[in-house]
Design a protein around this ligand. Sequence first.
Ligand code: DP6
Length: 336
Amino acid sequence: MTSGAPSQSRASEATAIAHPNIALAKYWGKTPHAGNYPAVPSLSVTLEGMTTTTRVCFAGSHEHDRVLLNGSEPGGDAYTRASTLLDRVRAATGETRHALVESTNDFPTASGLASSASGFAALALAAMSAAGPDTRIDEARISDLARRSSASAARSVFGGFVELVAGSLERADEHLSAKPVAPADHLDLRVLVCVTREGKKAVGSTDGMRRTAAASPYYRAWLDTAPRMFEALRAALLAKDLEQVGTLAEASALAMHASAIAAGVIYFEGATLAVLEAVRTLRANGLGVWATIDAGPHVKVLVHESESARAREALVCVPGVLRVLYTRPGAGARLA
Ligand code: DP6
């Protein structure tokens, strides 16, 4: 876990684990201020069953930050985002040394399975713990730090159902962290992740949002609608109304993608539509299943635990589905 103190000759290290989260009410779009503030509120569920493990080691012997993601050096934007987070940790803690970061995912990376959410949540927690081993872990601070690298990561710091409100349009540098809304066992929800492709997505979320804001004739409509969907979904969740949660989650995903598609940002592939159609057919036949899709081709299917085996059986047979991961609400980021 941790050893030594910042700026001493001994290396200081910590290892954290975190899980992806799936937004039920989607975040898509940023405020105009620097600092990565979401333009709309979002509500997610953190999932167990897929894990990022990240070790951070600050040592005087490192000439620059080094990042290993699943054993290879990512370079480019992924490296810059990680070293920028480390710069923020150094500025906040007085740590002066560079770090070696080793991160592994036991699920596809950068493919729309929210690897950046679990990745930056684990990195923020491990880096703060390594740099300031004597300071109490302040989850709100870790969440704010993670958000600055990837807004969805702010939510993976917490377990269960989690919200992240929108950034303010007036203030340019506020603290903004996610907050737990309900514990993991609040609903008997299962999330069936239908994996439709291995490998990276063509357009990352940050770029997809930028292009949507710049070119979609429906972006304004999305900004107007998303907060209402978020409020309704939050109320349905607190009322434990899974049918309403599922209905609103599917509507939020479709509205987000509609605004993106109108700007030419298309994450759907043939298999994505095949799963979407299968979900709608299953629902018409009486099964409580709802679909949500992020910045990638995979479809995440929401279902009550009692109907999850039947739903899974049907979904594995959909053409183009490579495998179906069975996940449930789980815990937030923690030290390993
Ligand atoms: C579709 O959090 O990956 O998954 O803040 O630019 O890193 P950045 O974006 P990111 O976007 C996630 C988008 C989404 C919806 C969501 O998770 O709310």
